[in-house]
Design a protein around this ligand. Structure first.
Ligand code: C2E
Ligand code: CA
Ligand code: CA
Ligand code: CA
Length: 274
């Protein structure tokens, strides 16, 4: 085909080999990046839609590869899950974020993503409690974001762990809401404190009537269950206005800010000056 490089493999098999080799290389590099402390944590604000004030930051893992540049967490997190590195990565993000959040004003909350596999393998509850006591962060300032995949893990264990976390005062958010399977029964059976409406609905809001209906339904459902409803992926003022009008409590998205390193957050300068 036109534009094809010389020596490019054309057959299905060899094409697969190239992809597999690339993946093995990426896994090798990820392992090395972890060992040499090259993963970073950036923070994206979420705001109270009524007041416009920043109420917290979500910790998001970042990996800048020497050659490839920024590798998306949508690529390296699933990879870490696949090869057994997610507990290390997850603990690193949690520890780093709790330590850095100790320098923030105390009314600012911290949200950290937790992979379903961290629930399956490790002692996630002990890890979280240890990190909180080691860093000194108040449990009430921490929100753990989990997806429905966590809840698909069968048995009472997951629900017991989540209940335990809640009893320490840790908030539990149901992330990517609307993209999974049977969200409704989960919402009723687990003690969530927040739902995050997936950004795919918010990004479609202006063009798709269906998204708008889903959003309205989720906001009213969340409110009637006493949960904080957050919308992610807010990029435009009009979308923000609409969500506020519908009674959505919090929002997150490029309109308010992208994820940035801790030393770039708005209050970082004030802290240094103090
Ligand atoms: P997520 O938890 O749903 O995080 C939100 C993603 O949406 C982030 O992408 C964020 O940068 C992006 N985003 C925020 N606002 C907007 C917006 O206005 N428009 C658009 N188009 N996108 C927006 P990011 O940082 O690339 O992370 C992707 C996913 O990787 C996260 O989705 C999360 O599932 C996973 N991830 C990131 N860090 C961690 C981590 O430390 N642990 C685990 N388990 N997963 C992580
Ligand atoms: Ca999240
Ligand atoms: Ca999300
Ligand atoms: Ca996501």
């Amino acid at each position: 085909a036109k534009g094809e490089k010389r020596g490019t493999c054309r057959s299905f098999e060899s094409g697969f080999d190239v992809a597999a080799q690339e993946k093995i290389k990426l896994i090798f590099d990820l392992r090395e990046a972890i060992q040499h402390n090259r993963l970073k944590v950036h923070y994206q604000p979420f705001v109270d839609l009524e007041s416009g004030e920043v109420v917290g930051y979500e910790a998001l893992a970042r990996w800048r590869h020497d050659v490839r540049g920024e590798v998306s967490p949508d690529v390296f997190i699933p990879l870490a899950e696949e090869v057994g590195l997610i507990e290390t990565v997850g603990k690193f993000v949690l520890e780093t974020a709790c330590r850095e959040a100790m320098h923030w004003p105390t009314h600012i909350r911290l949200a950290v993503n937790v992979s379903p596999l961290q629930f399956r393998n490790g002692n996630i509850l002990a890890t979280v409690i240890n990190v909180l006591s080691a860093t000194g962060l108040a449990a009430e300032r921490l929100e753990l974001e989990i997806t429905e995949a966590v809840l698909m893990e069968k048995g009472p264990r997951t629900s017991a762990i989540i209940r335990n976390m809640r009893s320490f005062g840790i908030g539990i958010s149901l992330d990517d809401f609307g993209t999974g399977y049977s969200s409704l029964s989960y919402l009723l059976n687990y003690p969530f404190t927040k739902i995050k409406i997936d950004k795919s609905f918010i990004l479609n809001l202006e063009h798709e009537m269906n998204s708008r209906e889903v959003i309205r339904a989720v906001i009213s459902l969340g409110r009637s269950l006493g949960l904080t409803v957050t919308a992610e992926g807010i990029e435009r003022e009009g979308v923000c206005e609409y969500l506020r009008g519908e009674g959505c409590a919090q929002g997150q998205g490029y309109l308010f800010g992208k994820a940035e390193p801790a030393d770039k957050l708005s209050f970082a300068a004030k802290r240094d000056a103090a």
